[in-house]
Design a protein around this ligand. Structure first.
Ligand SMILES: [Ca+2]
Length: 256
């Protein structure tokens, strides 16, 4: 990753979806438009006809409402580098969602595009950011009693065998860990099926996925998580030797 500025393109790509933006705010109370409950919430209630769903306090987005506003009140967006030629990333909120048990099958967020070759000193990037609507940083621990981030993904052919990352990104400034000192977990889809994964917070010592700091000045996870979490971000891996297509659907992003 380099220092190229992020280029916000979501507003251009998603004008159709913008019309359905709701004011979900940070209460995690949304209307689903159907009167039903959200299978992704794991704790929904009140769905017996009013169309009001009380979702898990840890839910970031299940994409069922087809809008850009996540359950923390942040506005989801995609970004890419401004190299010559630039990488590209499109966001499609109309694709089918997770059909896994407990999944929310109505819709998911699909990111696809082309990341340019790693030519340095500026490096290509393509990001899908789900901001948590906390400019000053957020204490995530109260919403993650099991100390994990869970999400589902399904690769299109272009993303099979390609490394992707999910990150818990620090608030932009000040950033004690330094640029890109984020907590990340990398994954490489091996097929075209939905997969659900829970990524444990640092400190976990088992064999399941766990977040680790990417690089930068080492920081305490406890300090980071208690006041500095800014977004959940999905990204392609920087470093291909030639332009590389990607195609990944994401669903049911939640802290647990
Ligand atoms: Ca969904």
């Amino acid at each position: 990753m380099g220092t190229g500025r992020f280029v916000k393109v979501a507003s251009l790509l998603l004008c159709a979806a913008c019309g359905s933006v709701t004011s979900a705010g940070s209460s995690n109370v949304e209307t689903d438009g159907s009167g039903g409950t959200s299978a992704a919430s794991g704790g929904s209630s009140g769905g017996s006809g009013g169309g009001v769903v009380v979702k898990s306090p840890g839910l970031v987005d299940d994409f069922e409402d087809l809008d850009l506003i996540n359950s923390f009140g942040g506005k989801n967006a995609v970004y890419h580098d401004d190299l010559m030629p630039p990488s590209s990333i499109a966001l499609d909120l109309t694709v089918a969602g997770s059909t896994l048990p407990g999944g929310s099958p109505k819709a998911a967020a699909r990111i696809s595009g082309v990341m340019q070759a790693n030519v340095g000193p500026q490096y290509p990037f393509c990001l899908f950011e789900l901001p948590l609507n906390a400019p000053a940083g957020l204490n995530i621990n109260a919403r993650a009693p099991m100390r994990q981030l869970t999400f589902s993904y399904r690769a299109g052919p272009a993303s099979v065998g390609m490394v992707h990352r999910v990150t818990l990104t620090e608030q932009p400034q000040p950033r004690p860990s330094g640029d890109y000192g984020w907590f990340i977990w990398s994954f490489t889809p091996t097929d075209l099926s939905w997969h659900k994964v829970s990524v444990h917070f640092p400190g976990y010592t088992g064999t399941e996925p766990v977040l680790t700091q990417s690089y930068g000045v080492p920081v305490s996870w406890e300090a980071y998580s208690s006041q500095r979490i800014y977004s959940v971000t999905f990204m392609t891996f920087s470093g291909p030797s030639e332009p590389q297509k990607f195609d990944l659907a994401i669903d049911d992003v939640m802290f647990e």
